[in-house]
Design a protein around this ligand. Structure first.
Ligand SMILES: NC(=O)c1ccc[n+]([C@@H]2O[C@H](COP(=O)([O-])OP(=O)(O)OC[C@H]3O[C@@H](n4cnc5c(N)ncnc54)[C@H](OP(=O)(O)O)[C@@H]3O)[C@@H](O)[C@H]2O)c1
Length: 338
């Protein structure tokens, strides 16, 4: 099959090449084989290439970990009967392991992590943009911060701060916390304020002046937020720590935790990349999948904005754009089919 493979590490882009001789993966009993319709790009893709991290199998290896594809073959474990050949599924596959690479015409995904929706209004490019962002957001909110998942939210839940709210992880965190009834303070550029409101954020704060942002957050009605999710950097996590109430507060962080400790504030790292290797974490995430499916079906949960490119060849341009930090409030998606 054709695939964009990583041949060598040390640079974010130059180690990737287009190959026409990659074997089609065969699904294990717990997996589905997919014909890739679209895949999405994530910062981890070029970071793996640049820093030689999270690569479990020998190079050359197709990378990419977000997909929407059609089921071609179902692994022999028959305990999971909710899929049939021809179904469209989507989600995060896994990192740096033979078969999981989504920059390819075919890939595999664990059955327990494959999402599926009856919402026909959503296109395959939109669905491919969901997995990593949504699942990282969910691990941070529901596991690290212990927010309660609910279709019928309680009143008077504490405010939650999302720093980096217009990032791919952040914009799903805004949606998930809002769906569950938590008032959200979204920190992003002013140009994304309306977008954040459309996703359910109660308050929007600009990060341009970080001290002003902390003061603004701490003086919102009802006092400072209880917990925060930092999706950008350790600097952002430190600002989160200064912004929360400090009464048994937690800052969950997926891109660098707190480095300057603050009394009453605990730092918890979020790491999707250990899934599906880590069985307990995989089991935990799989319990959330039916809820995600239902929220896509009934329109509560929506994919974010996408920047669409066509064909495997466009992955090089996409990774270059992403690695230069030129993406704001949208996800780069590569469509392999009309
Ligand atoms: N640990 C894990 O399991 C895991 C999983 C997924 C991602 N990550 C990491 O999480 C980070 C975010 O990933 P992503 O895919 O969500 O990123 P992304 O969508 O590419 O992030 C782009 C966004 O970052 C925002 N941003 C940049 N600097 C900011 C700052 N100082 N304060 C607030 N917002 C800022 C920009 O917001 P504006 O345009 O509004 O300025 C832009 O919308 C990356 O470092 C990624 O590697 C980790």
């Amino acid at each position: 099959m054709n695939a964009v493979v990583l041949e060598k590490t040390g640079d974010p882009i130059s180690g990737f090449v287009l190959s026409n001789s990659v074997p089609i993966p065969s699904p294990s009993p717990s997996q589905l084989l997919l014909k890739v319709k679209s895949c999405a790009l994530n910062p981890v893709d070029y970071k793996m290439a640049q820093y030689n991290v999270l690569i479990n199998d020998p190079l050359p290896l197709p990378l990419g970990c977000d997909v929407c594809g059609e089921i071609i073959q179902i692994g022999s474990d028959s305990s999971e009967e909710s899929f049939k050949v021809g179904d469209l599924v989507f989600g995060y596959t896994g990192l740096g392991t033979i078969g999981y690479g989504t920059f390819a015409e075919f890939c595999v995904i664990e059955k327990s992590l494959a999402m599926k929706t009856s919402n026909g209004a959503l296109t395959h490019p939109q669905l491919s943009s969901v997995g990593v962002g949504l699942e990282t957001a969910a691990l941070g909110l529901f596991q690290s911060l212990s927010l309660t998942i609910s279709d019928e939210p309680k009143e008077n839940l504490p405010k939650i701060l999302i720093w980096g709210a217009s990032s791919s992880v952040g914009m799903f965190a805004v949606q998930l916390a809002s769906i569950c009834g938590y008032p959200v303070i979204a920190v992003c550029s002013e140009s994304n304020f309306d977008f954040m409101k459309s996703l359910g954020a109660t308050y929007t704060v600009s990060y341009r002046d970080s001290n002003a942002a902390v003061n603004e957050i701490r003086s919102l009605p009802g006092g400072p937020p209880l917990h925060a999710y930092s999706t950008i950097s350790s600097d952002a996590s430190n600002l989160c720590a200064k912004s929360v109430s400090g009464e048994n507060s937690i800052v969950a962080a997926c891109a660098g935790g707190i480095t300057e400790s603050v009394d009453g504030v605990e730092s918890k790292d979020v790491f999707l990349g250990m899934i599906p290797k880590n069985e307990d974490q995989t089991k935990y995430l799989s319990t959330l999948i039916p809820t995600f499916n239902r929220w896509f079906d009934n329109g509560k949960l929506k994919p974010g904005k996408i920047l669409l490119m066509n064909g495997l060849q466009s992955i090089f341009e996409g990774l270059s754009t992403l690695s230069q930090g030129k993406v704001s409030g949208e996800k780069i998606v590569i469509s392999l089919e009309p």
